[in-house]
Design a protein around this ligand. Structure first.
Ligand SMILES: Cc1ncc(COP(=O)(O)O)c(C=O)c1O
Length: 450
């Protein structure tokens, strides 16, 4: 097999000369290696290719860099921490920044969500939340509550727990043999009822009532938790129907089922609030977070739990470990320093409020591509936008892939393509002019792939 060569000398890490050894995640490896979309540097709203060409970041990296790139206070905090304390175990020992980060994150969460368990990725956060739910029922004398309820089109990462409750067919098709003890709510998207809604669609709150059917089938006493993304992100940015999440909360309360919000994407300002839970006035029992907590700079994730859940574990002999779970890098010093500095930037620059105030400008910009060839639907929420394009006959995903590739190479814009859906979620520092530029480039790309 030929080994595609990169662009510069072997010792230039910004442009490697051998693209083959890296098996890229969630990537069409052969297509990438034939025509790489490589970035070597970043600042503010931009990436830069190894040749120095700017690429506007229309996706906050991978929905993470909410504060923009290479922000000085965050970079400085990470550098300082690295020079001071490189690593410290958080099993039976700890370091001050871990407690500081937990307090700051808990302060942002609604209601009595006030304890934070740290992990490193969204997938780990989701698996941790599911394990807390199982263990919670064990320690409170209802160990028969083991069933998890997810939702079609849900994405909860790639761990076995996450793919079990997730509703992404490829995850289930390739790795599904271990999945058991789960059921799924219907997804909330219906194009004929909701097409071209701005924000939360009017239609669909009743879909939460399907939980009653699931309870009637399995009995509430066997169900541990319901897990949903407030806005399904990875399967095309599907804002929740008006009233849907409130209804789900009411039903979970009625049946004594824990409600977990996966806010890996919606957390840290993406919907104009610290968490989508706040936007919807719904207090879940747990919030899984990741990505924006450090603006993507150092891997960090976690689960925020309600006081009653934490308290339920705090019994038994003093020397005994109350919850048998954790990761070597839970609350890594660099991640904690990055988180605290990032939350300072969000607060000092009012970035969550900024996202909220730009919501209409952003929605107008996204809707400017309505009427262009193949545009079947446009959805917006906070600083999220998604455009569904019609698939090419017998080539589902090809038009979306080509749009993403052309946007990068020909128009200097980065966004995500999920099948034939184009998903945009710029850093929250985006200006009105830049929003206009993103929409302009998006329109050009959509015309180019007609
Ligand atoms: C809602 C949601 N949950 C979990 C994950 C998984 O996160 P990670 O890739 O950090 O494991 C993602 C990633 O995009 C996500 O969007």
């Amino acid at each position: 097999m030929s080994r595609p060569q990169g662009l510069r000398a072997a010792n230039d890490v910004s442009a490697p000369n051998d693209l083959e050894p890296f098996w890229m995640p969630f990537t069409a490896n052969r297509a990438f290696k034939a025509r790489p979309r490589m970035v070597a540097r970043s600042k503010g709203m931009f990436y830069y290719t190894p040749e120095g060409k700017p690429v506007m970041d229309g996706s906050a990296g991978l929905w993470c860099c909410n504060a923009g790139h290479n922000r000085d206070p965050i970079v400085a905090a990470i550098q300082k921490q690295a020079a001071e304390l490189d690593f410290a175990p958080t099993f039976q020992f700890a370091h001050p920044a871990a407690f500081q980060a937990a307090s700051r994150i808990a302060d942002l969460a609604p209601g009595d969500l006030d304890h934070v368990f740290f992990a490193n990725s969204g997938s780990e956060a989701d698996d941790t939340a599911l394990k807390i739910a199982l263990a919670y029922w064990n320690v409170t004398g209802q160990g028969q509550r083991t069933r998890m309820i997810g939702r079609e089109r849900g994405y909860h990462g790639v761990g076995f727990g996450g793919i079990s409750v997730g509703g992404i067919v490829n995850n289930r098709k390739f790795f599904g043999s271990l999945l058991a003890g789960v059921d799924h709510l219907p997804h909330t998207y219906n194009r004929s009822e909701q097409a071209f809604s701005r924000g939360e669609p009017d239609w669909g709150a009743h879909l939460a009532d399907d939980l009653e059917r699931i309870v009637a089938l399995h009995d509430a006493s066997t169900i541990a938790a319901v897990i949903v993304e407030p806005m399904a992100g990875s399967t095309g940015a599907l804002p929740p129907p008006k009233g849907y999440l409130k209804r789900l909360r009411e039903l979970c309360d009625r049946f004594g089922i824990l409600l977990i919000f996966d806010e890996v994407i919606t957390g840290f300002g993406r919907t104009g609030f610290a968490f989508a839970a706040e936007r919807y006035g719904v207090v879940p029992d747990m919030i899984a977070f990741a990505k924006g907590v450090t603006s993507g700079t150092v891997p960090m994730s976690g689960v925020i739990v309600r006081k009653g859940i934490y308290d339920a574990f705090m019994k038994g002999p003093d020397h005994a470990i109350e919850f048998f779970h954790g990761y070597t890098y839970s609350a890594h010093p660099l991640a904690c320093a990055a988180a605290v500095a990032t939350l300072d930037v969000y607060r000092d620059e009012g970035l969550f409020e900024r996202a909220r105030s730009l919501e209409d400008v952003w929605a107008d910009a996204m809707f400017s591509v309505k009427g262009l060839p193949n545009v079947l639907d446009i959805r917006t929420l906070g600083l999220v936008g998604a455009v569904d394009l019609a698939s090419r006959p017998d080539a589902v995903g090809q038009r979306g892939f080509e749009a993403m590739d052309r946007a990068f190479h020909e128009h200097g814009l980065m966004f995500r393509a999920t099948g034939d859906t184009l998903a945009l979620s710029p850093p929250l520092i985006v200006t009105e002019d830049q929003i206009g530029e993103i929409a302009d480039k998006l329109g050009k790309v959509i015309r180019a792939v007609a």
